[in-house]
Every structure is written in C-alpha cells, then in structure tokens.
Design a protein around this ligand. Structure first.
Ligand code: SAM
Ligand code: SF4
Length: 485
C-alpha cells in the first residue's frame, strides 16, 4: 500500500534509515545489487539519488534487502552525536551480513565519512570504502579497488562540484513530489554546526540544469518540487555561457547573475500545476523579493522553514547567527504582512553554551510570537572541530538541557494544535500524494502550508498527483481531516 511521507522537509525523522529499492533487478541490465540507507537531512536523501544514478551506470541495481547486496552503502549524518551513534549501531548488523556473504563491500558516505575520514577504516573494520559528499563520482573506482582488497578513502571537498549533469534516480518515490538540489555546502559558520566542515564551501548549481530537471519531473508526472540547499536564499548563479536554443530562459538580476527569487519564479512558471517549495531559508538572507515572488505565484507554496535556533540575542550572537531576536521578529512580521496565509516552521536548540533560564524564556516567547505550525527541536550536542567546541564550554548540564527541550516541545505541541484548530472550517487546495496510512478509502496530501490533509475518496474519480479542494472538519494530532467540496 502506498503511504504518504511526512512533510518533505530538510530533516524527516520518519525517513531516517529508510532503504530504497527504486527499480527491479533486471539480470541483463544489472549485474550486481546495491543497498543504500540514508540518514540526516533531505540533502543526504537527495545525494543518495545521485549515488544511485552513478551506480546504475556501473551495472548496479538496488535491493531493499541488505543481506543479498554486493554493496551496502550508508549515507551518514554528523549533525548530532546521536546521529553518528545510530550509524555505528547499524554497522554491527551489517557485520553479520558480511560474514554470511563473503565479498560483500560496505561503504560509508556523507558527513560522517567526511568528518572521520580514514579513521573510520581503523575504527570500523568491516568498512571497505569511505566517500565524502563531493567525491561520489569516484565511487566506481573505489568499488573496483575494494573488490581487489584495497580499502579506499576519498573525502576531498570541492569548490565547484554540484553534480549538475547527473540525472538522479528517484528512489522510492511517490511519483508526485521530489527534491531538487540547487546548491551544496554552506559558508555561514554557525558556531554549533558541523556542516561547513563536512560539506565544504557553498556553491550554486547551474540554473539551467535545475530548471531542466524540474521540467523533466513535471513531464514525468511529478507535481511538486522542493528546491534544496542549506541556505537557499544565498543562491546565486552566474551563467558562464549564453543559454542555447531550447534551454529555459531565466531572467537575470541587475547584476547579471540568477538570484534565488529569479530561480523560484522560473520554476514556478513551468506550469501552474507544478507546486514549488524550498528549504532551508536562513532568516538573514530571505529577501522581500523572494517573499513578493512567493505571493505573486499561487503554485509557490505558502510555507517557509525559518529556523530561529534561539530567542535570545545574546545566544544568537554566540551561535554566530548574525541576527537578533528583534530582527527575526520583524522578519516574521513582514512575512505575515506580505502573505497572511503563510505558515512558518522552525528549528530550535535548547541548552547552547552559557544559556540561562532567562535566555530559555526568550526562546519560549519567540515561539509564541512566531506561532510556528511545526518545529524541529533539539538539545545542543557539541560537535568536535566546530567554533563552539573550540571557543565555549558546553556548560549546561544534560538534565537542564533535556528539561528545557521538554518545555519547548510541550509549547510547540500546543502551538501546532492551535494552528490546526484555526484551519477548521477553511478550504485548502490539496495535492494528493497517495493513500492515507490508515485506509485505502482515504487520500492523503498536503496543503500549500505543508500540512497533511486526509479525506475520503468518496465517489470522485481522482488520482495521485491531482488537486482537490478540501474543507477541514477536524484536526487530530499532526493531521487535518476534511472532505472534498
Ligand atoms: N542550514 C539549515 C539552517 O541553517 O537552518 C539547517 C542545517 S542543520 C542540518 C539542521 C538543524 O540541526 C539546525 O537548524 C539546528 O537546529 C540543528 N543542529 C545543528 N547542529 C546542532 C548541534 N550541534 N546540536 C544540536 N542541534 C544542532
Ligand atoms: Fe549549519 Fe548554519 Fe550552515 Fe545551517 S546555515 S548548515 S546551521 S552553518
């Protein structure tokens, strides 16, 4: 039975570790089987689709069963210590499979590979290949070497790799929604964050290849694309050649380059039937131009993930977020003025270095002010090598971090519930993504505001990928229940 994935957001707890098997093993085409498991943010899930594409050109077909795979890959996350522990635990299970199937190769990809490099080969004896996020093109060579017993590491970071020319193999797709990576890396250096070290410098992907990928997705029946990057609002692409005939026309900004607003508008113009989302926006970079572009096009979803991290200006400064509490609140106000129906979500960290009860209270009050529909909430986890690890003491005791996090979660639950209650009686345009998890008699999809809406199929002849106008009659937990009007 098809089920709906939760919001196509940067970090999706429900998809952690998901194994993909997008295409059947056809003996004539695929000589070997690979298994891939992905952790962390949507960028990683998107990268796994690039890896699948590279491997399929090498005669590897995907399997959902790691026991039968010739190559087992884990695309890892380093953002918090727990994410790394989960992967280490998972490796012990692959160890048994490898003992039962001599010749099986195990590879670690992604941020943990980049952070730990060759150390992973020493610490995890079963690992044969370690590949960082910018080195996936070298996978075929590394696999070949590993086949002869030569363990391989490639963790070189690049200033220009964007995999722009690689057409991703859509893994375990619902055929309706898809991620499209528009940039890689991050230049922001938030003091708590390991991403600038594991994913390198920020670079924007060729705008024409992005628009082409979105057009191809639309022509293949997809009805929603989420443009992905760690900081999408700083997207800026300077075309190196004039667009050829047949390539999409993208209006350049005054400076001659393509801004995020230009890109967003061009993707929105592909078809009014194609929904456009994006993630993640850094509050310091999202421009009014982007907000006005969103309001101009009905098919650009009225939803912004705008991580606040903390509500205290003092903590925000230590975090190197480059905005204050007041600045963030003004941004929320502007969004609501330009798009009153826009929903906002956030990421919040509890217990960052030196955080006092007063700082914590300010975080709670900024949640109240922003009325987030949803948040991803964490307690601070010190990551080796980051600015915070080098400069500040991780001095908030674990029990205090957990208590503060608990208070944040409880408040967010109340805010989410209130946000859902406000939707009762309203009608939303819902893009159908598949059957509801609970019943094949119901459709599930999402509103422009990124809320999951479930409604009876009734006698209407609708399909996955169609839009329906649905009036909300009830809100349960994170889901809105409605009926077609
Ligand atoms: N680039 C995005 C941004 O700036 O919002 C998100 C990047 S990160 C993959 C996702 C979230 O993980 C962050 O927004 C932050 O809340 C959280 N995070 C990052 N480092 C963390 C740490 N050391 N401890 C706890 N949470 C952390
Ligand atoms: Fe990490 Fe900050 Fe970059 Fe987001 S913007 S990836 S939190 S450094």
């Amino acid at each position: 039975m098809e089920t709906l994935e939760l919001p196509g957001k940067v970090h999706n707890e429900q998809r952690q570790g998901e194994a993909f098997a997008p295409f059947k093993i056809e003996p004539d085409v695929y000589k070997k089987k690979f298994y891939i498991e992905s952790y962390g943010c949507a960028m990683n899930f998107s990268d796994s689709e690039i890896v699948a594409s590279i491997l399929s050109n090498e005669g590897f077909g995907a399997t959902k069963h790691f026991e039968e795979a010739d190559l087992v890959l884990v695309n890892t996350c380093s953002i918090r210590e727990k994410a790394e522990q989960t992967v280490r635990k998972r490796l012990t299970e692959f160890k048994k499979a490898k003992q039962a199937k001599p010749g099986m190769l195990v590879g670690i990809l992604g941020c943990m590979a980049e952070r730990l490099k060759g150390k992973l080969l020493e610490e995890e004896k079963l690992v044969d290949i370690v590949v960082g996020p910018d080195a996936y093109r070298t996978l075929p060579d590394l696999i070949e070497d590993a086949g002869t017993g030569q363990k391989g590491v490639n963790v070189l970071l690049s200033r220009d790799e964007t995999y722009a020319d690689i057409s991703p193999v859509r893994l375990d797709s619902n055929g309706v929604t898809s991620f499209v990576s528009i940039m890689r890396g991050c230049n922001n250096m938030c003091s708590f964050c390991v991403v600038p070290f594991t994913r390198g410098r920020e670079r924007s992907r060729d705008a024409f290849s992005i628009v082409k990928e979105c057009e191809d997705l639309f022509n293949n029946g997809y009805r929603e694309v989420t443009l992905l990057g760690q900081n999408v609002d700083s997207y800026y692409y300077i075309p190196t050649t004039l667009p050829n005939e047949g390539l999409p026309k993208i209006p350049p900004s005054g400076g001659g380059g393509v801004t995020f607003a230009n890109l967003l508008e061009t993707v929105a113009k592909i078809s009014p039937l194609l929904r456009v989302r994006f993630s993640t926006s850094h509050p310091k970079d999202i421009t009014n131009e982007v907000l006005y572009t969103m309001s101009k096009y009905e098919n650009i979803c009225k939803y912004i993930h705008l991580p606040v991290q903390s509500g205290s200006s003092r903590i925000l400064q230590l975090m190197n977020r480059t905005y204050t509490r007041e600045w963030y609140m003004a941004k929320v106000k502007t969004i609501k003025e330009i798009m009153p129906d826009c929903s906002i979500s956030s990421d919040v960290i509890a217990g960052f270095c030196t955080e006092t009860e007063e700082d914590h209270e300010e975080t709670l009050s900024i949640l109240e002010y922003s009325k987030y529909a949803m948040s991803y909430m964490y307690f601070y986890s010190e990551r080796p090598g980051t600015l915070a690890a080098r400069r500040f003491k991780d001095d908030v005791p674990l029990d205090v971090k957990k208590r503060r996090l608990d208070e944040i979660v409880k408040l967010q639950n109340r805010l989410s519930q209130q946000s859902n209650q406000r939707d009762i009686g309203k009608t939303f345009k819902v893009l159908i993504e598949g059957n509801s998890k609970k019943s094949e008699a119901d459709w599930a999809g999402r509103s422009s505001q990124n809320k999951v809406v479930v409604f009876p199929k009734s006698f209407y002849q609708l399909n996955k990928g169609d839009y329906a106008m649905v009036k909300v009659i009830l809100a349960t937990g994170a889901t809105l229940i409605g009926e077609i009007v």
